[in-house]
Design a protein around this ligand. Structure first.
Ligand code: SF4
Length: 215
């Protein structure tokens, strides 16, 4: 018989991609700054399980785009999908990818969409902070002031939408945070353990290093 699990593992196998100082990503900056710093200094190998989770996220995103693109939903037009964007700062670049840009035809209004998969939409009381941060950055760069975080439940395709209004202050604070991070990284200065004592540390690959304040 075939071993389909092994075939999936083979299919998803990719060369490990290395992050480099000077190029940063909006999806990362909302996390603990020390954890992010370690991820540049001591990259960990992405596990097979993590690859599957990322791939499932991509599949969910493609499904959401198909729904938005469909003629069966004539009130909405999908203007852009997976649009790469970049913000050039003096010493570094922030680059990312907008999931989708929609046109709500009735209002003639453009809306940015950040698509996320989740286990249960009923459990969501508000959008995740990191997801809002990503969207704020994309709204800032694209100059589109309306955004939504669209959650899709993996097992049922049930959805939940949270609207997010653009805040220039949040976007500027984010860019400042990138700047602080860049300085800490190039000066090899260990950042403060921002998330210490929270659940985030329970899932952190760098907990041992962090607890000993190792760089
Ligand atoms: S253990 Fe916690 S505080 Fe330390 S780097 Fe990881 S997330 Fe940050």
């Amino acid at each position: 018989m075939i071993d389909f699990d092994a075939m999936v593992d083979n299919f998803l196998e990719r060369e490990q991609w290395q992050k480099k100082a000077g190029r940063y990503y909006p999806s990362e900056i909302g996390t603990c700054i020390r954890k992010l710093w370690y991820s540049y200094k001591h990259p960990v190998t992405i596990s097979g399980e993590a690859r599957k989770i990322f791939h499932m996220g991509d599949m969910i995103h493609r499904f959401a785009a198909d729904v938005m693109r469909s003629d069966k939903n004539p009130d909405i037009e999908l203007l852009e999908e997976e649009l790469s964007i970049k913000l050039n700062m003096e010493n570094f670049i922030i680059s990312g990818r907008i999931d989708d840009i929609l046109l709500v035809k009735q209002k003639n209004e453009k809306v940015l969409v950040e698509v996320k998969s989740c286990k249960s939409v009923d459990a969501l009381k508000k959008p995740g902070d990191q997801h809002v941060i990503q969207l704020q950055f994309y709204m800032h760069v694209s100059k589109i002031n309306k955004g939504i975080v669209l959650y899709l439940e993996k097992n049922t395709l049930k959805s939940r939408v949270f609207e997010v209004e653009y805040s220039e202050q949040i976007a500027e604070d984010l860019i400042k945070r990138f700047s602080i991070f860049h300085k800490l990284l190039i000066s090899n200065t260990l950042p403060k353990p921002e998330a210490r004592g929270t659940w985030i540390c329970d899932y952190c690959d760098y907990k041992n290093k962090c607890d000993n304040d190792e760089d």
